[in-house]
Design a protein around this ligand. Sequence first.
Ligand SMILES: Nc1ncnc2c1ncn2[C@@H]1O[C@H](COP(=O)(O)OP(=O)(O)OP(=O)(O)O)[C@@H](O)[C@H]1O
Length: 607
Amino acid sequence: MQRIFLAVFIAILVAIPLIPGTPEFWVNQMNTIGIASLVVLGLVILTGVAGMTSFGQAAFVGMGAYATAYLSTSLGYSPWIGLLAGLAIAFVIAYILGQITLRLSGHFLPLGTIALCLIFYYLFGNMDFLGRHDGLPGIVPIEIFGFSLLKARAIYFLIWGVVLLSIFLSLNLLNSRTGRAIRALKNGAAMAESFGVNTHHYKMIAFVYAALLASVAGWLYAHEQRAVSPSTFGLNYGIEYLFMAVIGGSVSIWGAILGAGLVVFLRDQIQAYTPYLIDAKVNVEMVVFGILMVLILHHAKDGLWPILMRGVNKIFGEKQTQNTDLGLDEKAAELPKRERPQKGDTVLRVNKIRKEFGGLVAVNDISFEVKAGQIMGLIGPNGAGKSTSFNLITGVLPLTSGTVEFMGQKISGLSAREISRLGIGRTFQHVQLLPNMTVLENVALGAHLRANSGVVSSLLHLERESEARLLKEAKIQCERVGLGDYLYEKAGNLALGKQRIVEIARALALDPTLLLLDEAAAGLRYKEKQDLAAVLSALRDEGMSILLVEHDMDFVMKLTNHLVVMDFGTYLAEGSPAEIQQNPAVIEAYLGGMDDVLDMASTEVKV
Ligand SMILES: Nc1ncnc2c1ncn2[C@@H]1O[C@H](COP(=O)(O)OP(=O)(O)OP(=O)(O)O)[C@@H](O)[C@H]1O
């Protein structure tokens, strides 16, 4: 059905300027919508997908427009040179601004982009060679193979061709290893770092990509309008582009066109009818858009596109289909695997690790070791410091003191990203999946470090082979933990217990030597726990080392080889499950009064 809609959409696009009766005004409006769509498409990726707000896209539009206007009109270069110059300028400025602001969290990027818009507005308006506030008129038309795109109906095809091409490239980008990393930025940046994703790098990619699209829009604008002046690149336009993204639907590529279309249409209608209604010289359209934006944020925060799609699906009786067209290929080669240590080798050595949060000592000089082919349990009552210990080992939190060694190498002081690269995979106490991504894609994110396809190959979909290998690996890990029937289900639709299993599959996709599982059995039913225990036992038999934090004593006692018990951040005891069950200090501090739990847990797994 989607393909039919796309074909109809393209057919309508092609027909509009070809029908002789189509008013010139409509064609011009469509050109304006197409140009704005390009800017908004960048914003959808930057803001809707990657979660970074920019008010400054109008400045990048201005860079593209002024670069080509000056080069082609004042200096006589081809508009195609102008396009390249605009792209180069936007790239450099976006790169510099990104390097300064993207490492800082919170409001620095929005503020930086506001400043950018103001700076360029005044630069454009005060430079003699750019015509100051009058701008540059008489811009030459673009020529393609000697054919001049002077008329609105001619440049129309270039504009919409570029829009469709950009949509194609953007969809390729989002459905790739690079895209999965970008999609993790908004709500899973810390998780993604734990799987080796360099989040700063991917923020830069999203920011620069959006700037380049805006610059192309500026180039088209300059040659369509055949004049540029600073007023169209001011902050109010930067805000208007954001309105378009929010109104259309900032989480959907197609929402960009809907948003641009609606705002351009409404702006025109409001400007046409306002003089008949009120005697005002204010920008009534901005007031209307502002109100519309507040209403949409309140009632439909994903914008109008998803609502439109639900309506269309209802009319045509279409079910919300899962995206099964991810490029999974059963015949793809398997990814290479890490060498495993010998059974019994020390994999992890934790030496007097300590974490203080102000006056609270959450982890108090704890030491233990994990051996290859062993499941080691870290247990203790609520607040004992287990999760904090996990975060210290995996580099999510810095140590106050102590050291951690992994495979004989000191890893304390390394970042979560560097530690994951060495072969430590983890799950999280509070599930950290990307709910709108399929199970397969979530798990493929875990294998991020096992491929190296870059942004250009992703855009052009030249990374098919590497992508197919990643997805096949994700499928193998899903099937390994019993998720074979859920590959194309959105992770957010699964029950919590299943989501925890997806986290394990994602950690396995990293091909870890050591697996850290934080309350993996929480929320699972009895049968699911048995299945999970079987999976973890099988992993151990394959030589995997597992460090497990778990509250279910039955599960822990039956599965683990060795236990370390913590209480109030402090080491309490360690030993085999049988020894721990007999340890009076443990019974008193942790298991006291839970005789039935001890009875249940009495069947220890022999290894
Ligand atoms: N970021 C933080 N800032 C301040 N205190 C913290 C922080 N993280 C954890 N703590 C405190 O450190 C102590 C240990 O917490 P932690 O989450 O590691 O315990 P836990 O053993 O994992 O508990 P649970 O089994 O309930 O998850 C608790 O008192 C907790 O409130």
